[in-house]
Design a protein around this ligand. Structure first.
Ligand code: FNR
Length: 361
């Protein structure tokens, strides 16, 4: 049997299983993909200083976030249309995450409706990602359905007035495969049911005139915690807190929006300082490919990370079992990284683990 030693192995296996243009859509980024490479390279530039003889006979990776316990500080980032990778789609993803004790952020453009996802995994920790669409009623109804379905937090993505310019998709003339539907959306807005052209679809749905006032509106809409996703600059983190954010996700959308934005990890420390002063947790996504990456993000101020593409790689390779494989791998790697740096519980992962900048490059 083929063994998967790391996320890279899942990536290679997934590439061989997907249509080349679907692979490009999933794995690719905006422009020349400088930021896409930077998101992972930023982790590769950091070096850690382990501490020894601290007694790591038992390593506990659990964290508590927004009043919820996660088995490890790793969640699944919202990604559209998991059906592109496997017919079991988000049902498989959420089942795997639940089995490992981790949360899933369901995309506004998921291929399975939130009601069906939570019904298939009754104990799941599901967060619902939304956009504030041109038609606010669509967003409001998605938020209400999330509450009724037992979703535990709302995530609003704020970095997408429209879709980024992705060279691979332009060259491929990318269209979503026939028959794919954004089921979470089409129930509430039938004219968006045709999602075959992602660029046109996003232009018709997204509202480029959004401001922080719209986030304030969303913060007051449900009793759910509101998490603001897509922050890179510390002054935007302050604005998010003023608008009512209960947590912030440092993210450049997996480098899919504007090429040459800062790597997510490089933006983390300054945003984390603002969030800490405001008393809210900060999460990070973009480029997390190993448990050591998770440790580094935590040491630089993240309460947890979200993982994007690696989950789709696992899904493409073996459905629920593949996602389970990727997630357990990341948790095992984190346990290794914690133990081998002398940390037996997550609060011990702090900035003193990071070797001073300049020593190694
Ligand atoms: C995304 N992402 C995304 N984000 C979001 O807020 N709503 C969405 O619907 C999507 N859809 C989506 C589809 C695909 C195929 C990808 C790869 C990504 C961005 C995602 O939430 C996250 O920010 C990045 O994927 C994190 O980077 P890594 O882990 O993929 O490097």
């Amino acid at each position: 049997m083929h063994r998967f030693a790391c996320v890279r192995d899942y990536e290679e296996a997934a590439r061989g299983r997907l249509r080349p243009d679907v692979w490009d859509f999933m794995a690719g980024g905006a422009g020349e993909e400088i930021t896409l490479r930077d998101n992972t390279a930023a982790f590769g530039r950091v070096r850690v200083w382990p501490r020894v003889l601290t007694g790591v006979g038992h390593v506990d990776t659990t964290v508590e976030l927004l009043g919820q316990v996660w088995s490890a500080p790793i969640g699944i980032a919202p990604m559209a249309l998991h059906e592109m990778c496997h017919s079991d789609a988000e049902i498989a993803t959420v089942r795997a995450a639940t089995a490992v004790g981790l949360p899933t952020v369901l995309s506004a453009f998921s291929s399975v409706a939130v009601e069906d996802v939570t019904a298939a995994s009754p104990h799941a920790n599901v967060w619902q990602q939304v956009y504030i669409f041109k038609d606010r009623q669509v967003t409001a109804s998605m938020a209400e359905r999330a509450v009724v379905s037992g979703v535990r937090a709302l995530v609003v993505t704020v970095d997408s007035p429209w879709m980024g310019r992705r060279h691979r998709d332009i060259r491929d003339g990318f269209r979503f495969p026939d028959g794919l539907r954004s089921a979470n959306l089409s129930a509430s807005l039938s004219q968006w049911a045709d999602i075959s052209d992602p660029v046109l679809h996003s232009r018709s749905a997204m509202d480029p005139s959004l401001t922080w006032t719209d986030v304030e509106w969303l913060a007051g809409l449900t009793g759910l915690p509101l998490v603001v996703k897509g922050i890179l600059a510390p002054d935007d983190a302050e604005r998010a807190l003023e608008a009512g954010a209960d947590a912030i996700i440092v993210s450049n959308h997996g480098a899919r929006q504007l090429d040459r934005t800062t790597a997510a990890l490089d933006a983390l420390p300054d945003v984390a300082a603002v969030a800490r002063a405001g008393g809210v947790p900060v999460l990070l996504d973009g480029g997390v490919r190993s448990g050591t990456d998770v440790l580094i993000a935590m040491a630089l101020g993240a309460a947890a990370v979200l993982v994007g593409r690696p989950v789709l790689y696992g899904l493409a390779v073996a459905g629920e079992a593949g996602v389970h494989g990727v997630l357990t791998l990341l948790v095992d790697e984190l346990r290794d990284a914690m133990g081998l740096t002398g940390c037996s519980v997550t609060p011990q992962v702090g900035p003193e683990l990071i070797a001073p900048a300049g020593l190694f490059h």
